[in-house]
Design a binder for this molecule. Structure first.
Ligand SMILES: Nc1ncnc2c1ncn2[C@@H]1O[C@H](COP(=O)(O)OP(=O)(O)O)[C@@H](O)[C@H]1O
Ligand SMILES: [Mg+2]
Length: 232
């Protein structure tokens, strides 16, 4: 369970980017995160991934009350979180295999196990034949599938995706959403920022909507209805 209570975020001495944000994410839930450009979606994802400290309020992640004064306590929480970005952020000097294997190498898993896991996961995302390629030789959709494999290889409880289909066309986006749906069915909690009403209508899930720093929670049915009206 993830809980934000009256969380605010302010950068420097400007006004609050996020004001009084409260919500709960149940384990295994899938939420879209929407809002106009500059609404604070990436900021909220940075808070959820513990890369950014809140200016006010309380955050509880998986039973741990987040306290930036005790940074060592945050390490095990961070390990349970996977991240996917709009621009993939693969390491270009490493092969597809090495990119996906990296989180397991850091965890010091035995080589044989790493090989097995990475092979399985690359087959799952449909890139078993690209295992020794370098990212620059892959299409955008393929690079994003590698980044999804890298994000989930440690079996995170929470997967955060910041506009993962923002650079991809609709057919490819649909393919990626099917991967997210499978992860969701296996119990992963997902928060995905998006601007795409077609995706929200096609794969209905509840929505966290940011407007002027205020967060509104919508049911899947409400989300679909808003998408149909073209007013995410
Ligand atoms: N590191 C930062 N320092 C100062 N201001 C920032 C920083 N990151 C984002 N902002 C500001 O916070 C607001 C929300 O940005 P962001 O979270 O990126 O929104 P979104 O992802 O919805 O487009 C914007 O006004 C942006 O300029
Ligand atoms: Mg953003």
């Amino acid at each position: 369970m993830i809980e934000f209570q009256r969380v605010a975020l302010r950068y420097d001495d400007k006004s609050n980017v996020l004001k009084d944000v409260s919500f709960t994410l149940n384990p295994g839930s899938f939420h879209y995160l929407t809002g106009a450009s500059g609404a604070g979606k990436t900021s909220l994802i940075r808070l959820l991934s513990l890369m950014q400290k809140a200016s006010a309020g309380k955050i509880n992640m998986f039973g741990t009350s987040i306290d930036y004064n005790h940074r060592s306590e945050l390490v095990p929480v961070r390990r349970r979180i996977g991240l996917v970005y709009q621009d993939y952020r693969l390491l270009n000097h490493l092969t597809v295999y090495e990119n996906v294997a990296l989180p397991l190498k850091i965890k010091k898993l035995p080589r044989g196990q790493i090989k097995e896991h990475v092979g399985e996961l690359l087959n799952w995302v449909g890139l078993g034949d690209k295992i020794n390629s370098y990212p620059r030789y892959l299409s955008g959709g393929e690079q994003q599938r590698v980044s999804i494999a890298r994000a989930v290889i440690t079996q995170p409880h929470l997967l955060l995706a910041d506009e993962p289909t923002g650079n991809l066309d609709n057919a490819i986006s649909e393919k990626l959403l099917k991967l997210f749906e499978q992860l969701h069915r296996m119990g992963t909690t997902i928060v995905m920022a998006t601007h795409n009403p077609d995706i929200i209508m096609r794969f209905p899930h509840p929505q966290l909507h940011l407007d002027n720093g205020i967060l509104e929670t919508r049911t899947a049915r409400e989300a679909v209805e808003k998408g149909r009206m073209g007013t995410l």
